[in-house]
Each structure stands twice: as structure tokens, then as C-alpha cells.
Design a protein around this ligand. Structure first.
Ligand SMILES: Cc1cc2nc3c(=O)[nH]c(=O)nc-3n(C[C@H](O)[C@H](O)[C@H](O)COP(=O)(O)OP(=O)(O)OC[C@H]3O[C@@H](n4cnc5c(N)ncnc54)[C@H](O)[C@@H]3O)c2cc1C
Length: 290
């Protein structure tokens, strides 16, 4: 691999501190473009190099190998453009924190939908990629279009319901880069600040604090991954420095010294036990980067 010709590139870039798990060795090369034009340059250079490539946003849903990433990581965290387009439409760059969008746009204008976003960490780009949300709604449903860097160039894709699903979407293939998107909001009747405060409080009461990726598994149709894991008696199970949270069984917490392998072993244990006792195949929501 050649040395990247950009002032926004870094070598041997530590990844653990870029993730909420606080796990992961360094990336051989990191690219931190600040504009869509720089993403385009970085993307073209990156795709001309041999080896592995990865896109990371806020790092709240990734589990990275302690041995590091022997490839190129493109971060979208510096794409911070936020623009009022009128008629309740806003362009929001991928690097903006999701909670900043909620507070600076949705709460400011009392727009509907705050319940689907409250308390979700990470970036807007990551939220679009994951179609992050709650039972109250998910990211893509509030979007008019999404801007994606693809092999053919930058493109704006209209958002339609068939392009997204529960924690998934079809408009951004692995390796594509979400640059940002246009959100179309609706003024709400209910006080969204009160909803935000209530849901924040509820998370504090029901979800463990500490280094984690939030829910490790997607909820299987008609069920809750956390309930299934809890009913197998796995709450509080520990491997090395990682534990299945005694508070919420779908959270695996890094208590400070957990390795990549510790977390992976707990994931494998939960999957195996739930499959055996309930006949349900749990599917990871967390993105494992090996
Ligand atoms: C305490 C806690 C609570 C959580 N609660 C929720 C919740 O209620 N609901 C929920 O849905 N999630 C929840 N999560 C998970 C996580 O916060 C979301 O999935 C979040 O949207 C991920 O955003 P990110 O920027 O951190 O993405 P990252 O972790 O950086 O990346 C996640 C995936 O998205 C891809 N990606 C990121 N940015 C881009 C981009 N710009 N272009 C292309 N691909 C990209 C990455 O390659 C990776 O595959 C929680 C996590 C934690 C730690």
C-alpha cells in the first residue's frame, strides 16, 4: 500500500478510543476527510489500494479486533455540514452526532419523531447506515434522500420505504460511503422536549452504563433478544473482562480490560445457549471487524 497523499490521513491510528466499546488495535491507515470533495478523493485513492477497507462513523456499534485493522479506515466524523433548506427540510452531514441533530433541529422546532432517536449514540451517517431507531421509529423514515459515494461517483438516492427495514437498508452497499442526507420533518403537537427527557431518564434506569455497543443482537420477530438471553440464566455471565449485563441481558459490557475475544466468546455463548434452549437463531446487530 502507498502512503496516502492527503493532509487528512494518519498512520497507525488508534481505534479503541474511536469506539464506545473501547476495544481494538490501530488501523494501518486512517483517512479523515472534512468535505464531500475530500471523501471523493479519499475514496478513489482507497479503492485503488490493495487490501481491506472500512468505513467508521461514531464507533458506537462496532467491535474491533485488538490486533488492529491491517487496512484503510475512512472516518466520516468530520462531515459536519448542517443546513436548513426550508419547509422543514434539513441537510445533515454524516459526521454530525445524532443527538446534535435531535437537539439542534428536532427539539428546537418541536418536530415529531424524537422518541425514535433519543439516547442513541453515534453519528448521523451511522444511524442512516444502520437505520437506527427504537419502537417509536427509525432514522430512514424521516428522510427525503440520502447522498452516497459509490464506485460510479456521488449520487443522491430518494428514500422510499422499500429501501430500508429493521436495522437495515439496501441503498448503501459495503464499501459505499454515506455523505449525509436530507431529512423532512413534521411539526408535532406533543411536547418533544418532554418526550426526550422522559426517554433519556428511562434509558438511565433500564440500560447499563459503561463501555458497550448497546444491543448486541437484533430482536427476533415477535420476541426480545434480551428476554431470551435472560431466560437462559446468562445475565451476569463473565468471560475475562466482559460481562453480560446483570441489568439488561442484550448488553455485553467491557468492564475495562475486556478483549475482542472475551466479547466474541460471550456472543457465541449467548447464541449457542438461546439456540439450544429456545430454537431461536440470534443475529448480531453489532458489526464485528476482524
Ligand atoms: C448505549 C448504546 C445504546 C444504543 N441504543 C440504540 C438504539 O436504541 N437503537 C439503535 O438502533 N441503536 C442503538 N445503539 C447502537 C448504535 O448507537 C447505532 O447503531 C448507531 O446509529 C451507530 O452509529 P455510529 O455512527 O456509531 O456507527 P459506527 O458504529 O461507526 O458504524 C456502524 C456501521 O455503520 C457503518 N457506517 C457508519 N457510518 C457510515 C457512513 N457514513 N457510510 C457508510 N457506512 C457507515 C459502519 O461501517 C458500520 O458497519 C446503541 C449503542 C449504544 C452504545
Amino acid at each position: 500500500m502507498r502512503t496516502p497523499p492527503f493532509d487528512f490521513s494518519r498512520l497507525d491510528y488508534p481505534l479503541a478510543e474511536c469506539t464506545l466499546y473501547n476495544i481494538g488495535g490501530p488501523a494501518k491507515v486512517a483517512l479523515l476527510p472534512r468535505t464531500d470533495e475530500e471523501v471523493e478523493q479519499a475514496y478513489q485513492w482507497m479503492n485503488a489500494q490493495p487490501g481491506k477497507k472500512l468505513i467508521i462513523g461514531g464507533g458506537s456499534n462496532v467491535l474491533i479486533n485488538d490486533e488492529g485493522y491491517d487496512g484503510i479506515v475512512l472516518f466520516t466524523t468530520q462531515l459536519l455540514r448542517m443546513e436548513d433548506l426550508g419547509d422543514h427540510r434539513f441537510y445533515v452531514g454524516s459526521g454530525c452526532e445524532l443527538d446534535d441533530m435531535v437537539r439542534q433541529i428536532m427539539l428546537k422546532h418541536n418536530y415529531d419523531g424524537v422518541g425514535g432517536f433519543t439516547g442513541i449514540p453515534g453519528s448521523v451517517g451511522g444511524a442512516i447506515y444502520m437505520n437506527a431507531g427504537t419502537v417509536k421509529g427509525s432514522t430512514c423514515q424521516w428522510m427525503e434522500s440520502v447522498n452516497v459515494m459509490k464506485p460510479a461517483g456521488r449520487t443522491t438516492i430518494p428514500m422510499t420505504p422499500e429501501r430500508y427495514s429493521y436495522r437495515g437498508q439496501t441503498f448503501c452497499e459495503p464499501g459505499d460511503v454515506i455523505l449525509g442526507g436530507t431529512f423532512q420533518f413534521t411539526p408535532a403537537e406533543a411536547d418533544q422536549q418532554a418526550i426526550y427527557d422522559r426517554y433519556k431518564q428511562r434509558r438511565l434506569e433500564k440500560q447499563p452504563q459503561g463501555h458497550s455497543c448497546g444491543s448486541v443482537f437484533k430482536n427476533p420477530e415477535g420476541n426480545h433478544a434480551g428476554h431470551l438471553i435472560e431466560s437462559c440464566g446468562l445475565k451476569g455471565t463473565r468471560i475475562g473482562g466482559a460481562v453480560i449485563s446483570p441489568m439488561h441481558a442484550n448488553f455485553i459490557i467491557n468492564e475495562g480490560t475486556a478483549t475482542f475475544r472475551d466479547v466474541l466468546d460471550l456472543i457465541a455463548l449467548a447464541k449457542k445457549t438461546v439456540a439450544k434452549q429456545h430454537g431461536v437463531a440470534l443475529e448480531e446487530e453489532v458489526r464485528v471487524i476482524d
